[in-house]
Write a protein that binds this ligand. Structure first.
Ligand SMILES: [Cu+2]
Length: 66
């Protein structure tokens, strides 16, 4: 399992937390997420997904990686 911490821009409320959590949780290989306003801690299986895929899911939702 690989742990990834991201600093995310554009998040301002619990709606954003839920939206980011939903998009990261939908990635196959993501084991657990701990999302807060402005940050995400993600534990994932590196044989199934990648840091790039997780960043992609966040930026597609309209948020930025700081
Ligand atoms: Cu929001």
């Amino acid at each position: 399992m690989t742990d990834l911490t991201l600093t995310i821009g554009g998040m301002s409320c619990q709606h954003c937390v839920a939206a980011v959590k939903r998009s990261i949780d939908s990635i196959e290989g993501v084991e657990s997420t701990d999302i807060a306003v402005g940050s995400a801690n993600v534990s994932y299986d590196e044989s199934k997904t990648s840091k790039e895929a997780i960043i992609d899911a966040v930026t597609k939702g309209g948020y930025t990686i700081a």
